[in-house]
Design a binder for this molecule. Structure first.
Ligand code: MTE
Ligand code: LUZ
Ligand code: MOS
Length: 759
């Protein structure tokens, strides 16, 4: 069973925005952005640029008919800097010319001046100056103050994780075309409605005059949940001003400089355990580097709190998160959405406790795994909990004791190469934590020839959501898969959409599709019963395009039945709106039942470090993952593998570096290292956890998009174990990414004093 997109992808037949033949008269836009991180009294002189070859117009804040405001949660972000600038890469103007080159060239001639202000890049500095975007977010369970007195071991420390560039292969882009009184935008966005809403605000138009259409994305990974909007709004502004189609495609380097990334975090932890290794109390403070504007930072931060205890039950928890405003591009959604940052800290705390208690890290992990009915710090209790089942299934597959003894043997017989391993359990909540967003709809048409067209709110970005929706309709109708087609995602067909995000695209849109199809099938079965003179509708069945009556094949095929339905004036279209049942969350008390369900699993990761050079290899990833009853095993497996690689990249090679002036130093693929096929583990084996029930997902399936990313955290601890084998005396920081440079410097700091043999 393969993804029906794969052949088109390989042949180059799949349409991306840049493949669409542009309409006659299309102009090209280029964004001019600030090279200064913080300044006031902004002065813009476009006079020279306007005289340059091919330039049609240059638009700035003062050309906006509506509001110069693209904020979503907090209205704190201008489309174009108007009075000052807040980060390097902040858009100031858009140049529109006959060719992309002329637009880009002219933009260099725009003169931008500001009075410089001090630059903050560190979230802890921002917090100390009270530069918080929203008030601190707090989660509490039990009573930590009391609990500390009952602990035998208490350790504390600092854990830091870095940013991450989305590196979608298709950079941010949009094509806007004037329509009668409005504009149609083809956009590469995970959130068509966000593009529509913000463009309406910027252009001072009602939303119904703005149509947003999305074919597919060359990757999003969260980077197009909120940050695809400004480019679409700029193209729409230019198109409506000039009455010409306008196309805007970001150059890779501009995209890297202008757009936000995964949020870097600096966190303090304190963990208390009983002698037997049971975790009794946990306190954590997250300092989130939000960048210069709110964007999605508060829900990202709250998801760090939701996942701050990962797969463990801890009876006493006190967690606080600070959403810190700095002069960096606004950071944004990225696969895991704050979950990975939260989990990295508890895994660090457990590692430190294990080191102090001189026991294996995985012994503490296993002891403290959640059990059925355990309470999370946000009040929800585990249901259909698969922490121990997945851990045990993994141990059956691969003996942890054997891995441990093999590694010990290797380490004692190798002086310069050391191996390490780590287990990494995951527990990730499925649903947008903002309950309101958990809704979707589907519009299913059956055409008179029997072929089916489905529109939903889901965005295909490579994750295979279209394939899963096709499978859903195929299962309900029982017709050949190539009679079903997924249409583009379009705001005139499906309105008021939530972004395709939070791993719930397939769940929400799949469920909406399911119910729409069930409704249509009901109608068709009733008709078939009449045609076949069968009084008991339950005896009518559809099997692979043919109608069966009391288990016997009939002459009535799907296509014929559709013709009859149309003749009898029976509607062959259905729209269904789906909202996740039961979920709720009270932000004031930080308690509720925010998630439809959780996704579980356990991975074991092994690594080898070359302790002379600091370079390392990830040897293997073995995982048992809870897919529920997969709707499409091939798609799900590739999501797991891709997620794991992206997670390992975040923890190891990928380092986002800004200088103290807020300038991104890693703004190209020569300075920003992503994992490639050579770096991929020699073995990645992800097994499906057997007998997993998920009564909350479509056909018992589970969401897959984000959770496997967090297995990658194990790579950090596997490398750390190997480093410890080389330098058992050394205190290593919990600082990710653990680049080769960092491995080398931490292996050899204070080396002369500690290890005379290495001199
Ligand atoms: N897989 C591919 N190939 N490309 C992507 O952009 N995005 C990830 C994940 N897998 C992504 C991907 C993210 S961040 C999310 S939230 C989910 O897919 C979204 O899709 P879903 O809700 O349909 O799982
Ligand atoms: N986006 C969002 C998300 O707006 N809310 C969420 O809870 C979420 N979770 C994961 C990824 N994107
Ligand atoms: Mo994914 S971060 O929810 O787009």
């Amino acid at each position: 069973m393969k993804n029906f997109d794969s052949e088109k992808h390989v042949r180059g037949e799949s349409l991306f925005l840049d493949d669409i033949p542009i309409p006659e008269g299309t102009l090209h836009a280029h964004v001019c952005y600030s090279k200064i991180a913080h300044g006031t009294n902004l002065r813009i002189d476009t006079s020279e640029a306007l005289k340059m070859n091919g330039v049609h117009a240059i638009f700035t804040a003062k050309d906006i008919p509506g509001e110069n405001q693209i904020g979503n949660i907090v209205l704190d972000e201008e489309l174009f800097g108007a009075h000052g600038v807040h980060f390097v890469g902040q858009p100031i103007a858009v140049v529109v010319a006959d060719t992309p080159f002329n637009a880009r060239y002219a933009s260099e001639a725009i003169i931008v001046e500001v009075d410089k202000l001090p630059v903050i890049t560190d979230p802890r500095v921002a917090q100390s100056k009270n530069e918080l975007i929203v008030p601190p977010i707090k989660f509490l369970l039990g009573n930590t103050e009391q609990a500390w007195k009952e602990c035998d071991v208490i350790v504390s420390g600092v854990a830091e994780s870095g940013g991450q560039e989305h590196l979608y292969l298709e950079t941010q882009c949009a094509l806007a075309m004037p329509t009668e009184g409005g504009v149609k935008i083809i956009s590469s966005t995970q959130s068509p409605t966000a593009v529509q809403r913000v463009t309406a605000r910027v252009l001072d138009m009602p939303m119904h005059k703005i149509e947003v259409d999305v074919i597919r994305l060359g990757g999003g990974f969260g980077g197009k949940e909120d940050q695809a909007t400004p480019w679409a709004a700029m193209a729409a502004l230019a198109a409506t001003k000039l009455h010409r189609p306008v196309k805007l495609v970001l150059h890779r380097q501009d995209d890297m400089r202008m757009t936000g990334k995964r949020h870097p975090y600096s966190s303090d932890f304190k963990i208390g355990l009983k002698k037997d290794g049971m975790i009794h109390a946990y306190e954590v403070s997250f300092y989130q580097n939000a960048g210069a504007a709110c964007d999605l930072s508060p829900p990202v931060l709250s998801r760090s709190l939701f996942h701050c205890t990962n797969s463990y039950f801890i009876p006493n928890v006190s967690a606080v998160g600070y959403c810190c405003r700095t002069n960096l591009p606004p950071n944004t959604a990225f696969r895991g959405f704050g979950g990975p940052q939260g989990m990295f800290v508890i895994e660090s705390a457990i590692a430190k406790a294990a080191e102090v208690m001189k026991i294996d890290r995985h012994v503490i992990q296993k002891k403290n795994l959640l059990n059925e009915g355990d309470e999370f710090p946000y009040g929800q209790k585990t249901e259909q909990c698969q922490t121990r089942t997945s851990w045990n299934a993994l141990e059956k597959k691969i003996s942890v004791d054997k891995v441990r003894s093999d590694i010990e043997k290797f380490n004692s017989s190798n002086q310069w190469k050391k191996k390490g391993f780590a287990l990494m359990p995951i527990c990730f909540g499925i649903s947008f934590t903002n309950t309101m967003m958990n809704q979707a709809s589907a519009l299913v048409h059956i055409y008179t020839d029997g072929s089916v067209g489905i529109s939903t709110a889901a965005i295909e970005m490579g994750q295979g959501v279209n394939m899963k929706i096709v499978r859903t309709a195929e299962r309900v109708f029982s017709i050949p898969i190539d009679w079903i087609r997924i249409e583009t995602t379009n705001t005139t067909r499906i309105a008021n959409t939530s972004p395709t995000a939070a791993s719930s695209g397939a769940d929400l849109n799949g469920k909406a599709t399911y119910f729409a199809c069930v409704e249509l099938l009901k109608r068709l079965k009733k008709l078939a019963a009449e045609e076949l003179k069968q009084e008991d509708e339950a005896k009518i069945e559809m099997r692979n395009g043919v109608i069966f009556n009391s288990g016997k094949e009939t002459e009535l095929a799907w296509k014929k039945l559709i013709t009859v339905a149309h003749q009898k004036r029976i509607s062959l279209s259905e729209h269904h709106h789906y909202a996740t049942p039961k979920i709720h969350f009270d932000v004031k008390t930080s308690k509720g039942h925010p998630f439809a369900y959780h996704v579980f699993g356990t991975a074991l990761i092994q690594a080898t470090v070359d302790c002379l050079r600091g370079i390392y290899e990830i040897d293997s990833v073995d995982a048992v993952h809870d897919f529920g009853m997969s709707l499409h095993p091939a798609v799900d497996l590739s999501q797991a593998e891709g997620g794991i690689m992206q997670g390992i990249g975040w923890m190891t090679l990928e380092e986002v570096v800004y200088n103290s002036e807020g300038k991104l130093l890693t703004d190209a693929l020569s300075t920003y290292k992503v994992p490639d096929i050579q770096f991929a583990p020699k073995r990645v084996r992800v097994d499906f956890l057997e007998n997993s029930e998920n009564t909350f997902g479509p056909f018992n399936s589970k969401a897959i998009g984000e959770p496997p990313f967090m297995y990658g955290i194990g790579a950090f601890f596997a490398i750390r174990e190997a480093m410890k084998a080389f330098r058992p005396d050394q205190e290593f920081q919990f600082k990710a990414p653990v680049t080769s440079e960092r491995v080398l410097t931490s292996l050899y700091s204070k080396v002369a004093a500690l290890e005379p043999s290495l001199q």
